[in-house]
Design a protein around this ligand. Structure first.
Ligand SMILES: NC(=O)c1ccc[n+]([C@@H]2O[C@H](COP(=O)([O-])OP(=O)(O)OC[C@H]3O[C@@H](n4cnc5c(N)ncnc54)[C@H](OP(=O)(O)O)[C@@H]3O)[C@@H](O)[C@H]2O)c1
Length: 307
């Protein structure tokens, strides 16, 4: 009996010690995760606010893709500063909804929608023609619209003129738009061009080759495909623009918004992950990244400084 008692007591003690050890492991593991998540939050998800109090009364801003995401947050802020804001978007319904929201939030009803689909260079030309006919000045051009790899699945691989869809929307459409509006930008004093690029421009490691194609798919300049290349093109475009604009009242810059939980990142995650997993990943991702307003800060900083 004595031996049995001793055996049971020993087992119980070992069990409780094991539980304690397991709890400690779980605790230290969860501490480990907490440290990783908080470090990620510090690097990616801490908003450095642009504190400029500049007002933009009398100035005209054109922003591509101002209907959702970072573009929308930028449009709200600039409207709040009194600017005339033109939202260039291919999605009239969402743009009108956004304009109503901007009117309600800021009291600024000098906000306009104009149809622009950067996938088709002919539409870009028509847009520029209409803009030049109807608008008297252009103080700030924000080339903000952007798509990433998910577009190959949801939209297709090529633009109307057979360029890679991502390169076409992110760079070529904006490139053409900027040049068509350049004279108006020059005429308007102290005007600015901002290309919303990405840190991902650094990921394009191989030299760009300008093989005209078409490849088997009929795509022109097939080597210039993909997000990283398009964002590198945004940076190169800004550098080249600022060179040729020296001595004029126009400046050109590119910015990286940071990691922001907008559709460009969240929509593919939502489609790819099982619902339950997405419901866990979504709040963690949103916690470690910026929101749209946070993503708009670098653009604001760039265009409002010394204006
Ligand atoms: N979020 C990030 O972490 C992050 C990081 C680095 C850089 N960026 C850059 O930031 C910019 C804004 O992205 P976001 O994060 O705000 O993404 P988003 O919420 O997905 O917004 C993208 C915008 O681009 C517009 N767009 C897409 N295709 C278009 C087309 N063919 N013609 C005209 N507009 C088109 C979209 O309008 P529709 O409603 O018509 O689709 C939308 O307004 C992009 O240039 C992106 O590359 C974002």
């Amino acid at each position: 009996m004595h031996n049995v008692d001793f055996a049971v007591r020993t087992i119980t003690q070992v069990q409780s010690e094991t539980t304690q050890i397991n709890e400690n492991i779980v605790e230290s593991k969860s501490d480990y995760y907490k440290i990783i998540i908080l470090t990620l939050k510090y690097y990616f998800g801490t908003t450095r606010w642009c504190k400029s109090t500049v007002t933009l009364n009398g100035r005209t801003v054109l922003i591509t893709g101002g209907n959702i995401g970072i573009g929308k947050a930028t449009a709200i802020d600039l409207a709040n500063r009194g600017a005339r804001v033109i939202i260039a978007s291919r999605n009239k319904e969402k743009a009108i909804q956004t304009i109503k929201e901007i009117n309600d939030k800021t009291g600024n009803d000098n906000v306009r929608f104009m149809y622009l689909d950067l996938m088709d260079l002919e539409i870009v030309r028509q847009f520029a023609e209409q803009f030049l006919n109807e608008e008297k000045r252009l103080d700030i051009l924000i080339n903000n619209s952007g798509i990433a790899g998910w577009a190959y699945k949801t939209i297709g691989s090529k633009t109307k003129q057979n360029y890679d869809i991502i390169f076409g929307v992110n760079h070529l459409g904006h490139f053409l738009l900027t040049y068509l509006l350049l004279d108006l930008l020059k005429k308007t004093r102290n005007s600015r061009v901002i290309n919303v690029s990405s840190l991902r421009h650094l990921w394009r490691r191989s030299p760009l080759t300008y093989d005209k194609g078409p490849n088997n798919d009929g795509m022109l300049y097939p080597d210039l495909a993909g997000y990283d290349t398009s964002k590198l093109a945004n940076v190169m475009h800004s550098k080249m623009l600022s060179k040729i604009l020296q001595g004029t009242p126009v400046t050109a810059n590119s910015v990286h918004p940071g990691l922001a939980a907008t559709d460009i990142l969240m929509a593919p995650l939502k489609s790819v992950l099982p619902e339950k997993l997405y419901s866990i990943v979504d709040p963690i991702f949103r916690f470690i990244s910026l929101d749209s307003a946070g993503g708009a800060q670098t653009t604001k900083m760039q265009l409002l400084t010394n204006l």
